[in-house]
Design a protein around this ligand. Structure first.
Ligand SMILES: Cc1ncc(COP(=O)(O)O)c(C=O)c1O
Length: 432
């Protein structure tokens, strides 16, 4: 039921002021709710599976600060560890022991990673990995997929997903043509298109980068054989394969998509979960490639706050919590219940929809499906999604404010949270 107390006066006041202070009133575009309409709510605090806004409304949260909150917000063990670390200082700009601990955990977990470099965001990780791909191969071209998002660096803003998809921007002004001239694109799940690009550019392609499960064009899993096919093609043409696991890393399995699908890339980017809610990114992979990174090798990349003890601590605690037995089974169980429940309700209420989930990542398109790539995703009924989003928000369920974003669950979500979400979805979908 719509809570009669649903009042967003304070959110509206704060957001109106924000729009005069910051472009669009936000620090990152999708937060502004442009594609779903209406005002965004302004958060006051978060805990477990819930968020509270400045007007006191409570929501079940399926965004989880865009992925990091996989153990639930403000997990007491993460917070306690952060308090201890805080007392010793926030940033050293010098080696710290916690870097070794997190590096070892990442190397143990992620099949392709033999060495790792910490940075401060997923964007930074992807920028650096591209430089490394080029440095190692001596080639300049790159293949990416339509609808995949690898952060906002110039070279990747070609047919990108996430906010770029959400706002329908083809590319961004300010990105020189010369910067993207070496970025080749193919439709996701289309091996033949990738093969053609390799045939047309022999000895010129440094590598292929992709989200092994897409989350930034909505949730799109790889077709059977797609990841394996990319592995074979890249090897055949002497190019590198890079999985951007900023979203999927430690989310769809402890070892990420490469563990889940049994395909080992040469390099991997990480972010989100490994920072436990603090700003972190990382790139890593084969030792012979990583040894090119300065100061071990000539490829320059650096960062004032990289590997700071606070972010490392939050990451270590988060991975410790995730590495307990039964966590991924639990995440899979509740997310499956949510995903299958939503599809069943859509069918019962006469709304064409498709979607799915892997572990703690899910998606629902208002689209008869199947959705194999970004072109398919774009056929979704966006105005219906906007009405669904608003109806759920008014009933205390916070979903990503875009049809082109995956949803996230956490260890803090209970069966009761899922039941309540489904009950609300039934109400909203009955009136779409
Ligand atoms: C797959 C992927 N790569 C890279 C990024 C960029 O990460 P960040 O926002 O931390 O810069 C994102 C962000 O959502 C992402 O989902």
């Amino acid at each position: 039921m719509v809570t009669t107390t649903f009042n967003t006066t304070k959110s509206e006041e704060i957001f109106a002021a924000a729009q005069k202070l910051m472009p669009g009133g936000v620090s990152s575009p999708v937060r502004a709710f442009k594609s779903v309409g209406g005002q965004p709510i302004v958060f006051d605090r978060v805990e477990g599976a819930y968020v509270w806004d400045v007007d006191g409304n409570q929501y079940i949260d399926y965004v989880g600060t865009w992925g990091p909150a996989i153990c639930g917000h403000t997990h007491p063990e993460v917070i306690a560890a952060l308090h201890d670390a805080l007392n010793k200082g926030t940033s050293f700009g010098a080696p710290c022991y916690q870097e070794n601990v997190l590096a070892e955990m990442v190397i143990d977990a992620v099949p392709c990673i033999e060495m790792v470099r910490f940075v401060n965001s997923g964007t930074e990780a992807c920028m650096a990995v591209l430089r490394l791909m080029r440095a190692f191969t001596g080639r300049e071209k790159l293949i990416k997929f339509e609808g995949c998002y690898h952060g906002h660096a110039d070279m990747f803003l070609v047919k990108a997903g996430s906010g770029v998809a959400t706002l329908g921007l083809p590319d961004s002004p300010g990105v020189p043509k010369s910067t993207t001239a070496n970025t080749l694109t193919a439709p996701y799940n289309d091996l033949e298109a990738v093969k053609t690009l390799f045939e047309q550019n022999p000895d010129e392609i440094a590598g292929v980068i992709l989200e092994p499960v897409v989350g930034n064009a909505g949730f799109i899993p790889p077709d059977a054989g797609f990841l394996e096919g990319l592995r074979v093609l890249t090897q055949e043409y002497g190019a590198l394969l890079v999985f951007d696991e900023v979203m999927t890393g430690f989310r769809i399995a402890y070892g990420g998509a490469q563990e889940k699908f049994g395909v080992t890339p040469d390099l991997t980017t990480l972010g989100k979960v490994i920072g436990g809610g603090l700003p972190v990114g990382a790139y890593g992979g084969r030792r012979d490639i990583m040894e090119m990174v300065a100061p071990a090798g000539p490829m320059y990349q650096a960062g004032t706050l990289s590997g700071n003890p606070l972010a490392m601590t939050a990451g270590i605690k988060t991975l410790e919590l995730l590495n307990k037995s039964g966590t991924y089974e639990y995440l899979d169980k509740i997310t499956k219940k949510l995903s299958q429940g939503l599809l069943k309700i859509a069918k019962e209420t006469g709304n064409e929809a498709c979607g799915g989930q892997i572990s703690a990542m899910f998606g629902l398109f208002f689209n008869p499906g199947p959705v194999h790539n970004y072109e398919d995703a774009k056929k979704s009924d966006l105005s219906k999604f906007a009405r669904f989003h608003r109806g759920m928000l008014e009933r205390g369920v916070y979903l990503a404010p875009s049809q082109f974003e995956a949803g996230f669950t956490s260890l803090a979500h209970t069966d009761e949270d899922i039941d309540r979400t489904l009950a609300m979805a039934h109400e909203v979908m009955s009136s779409l």
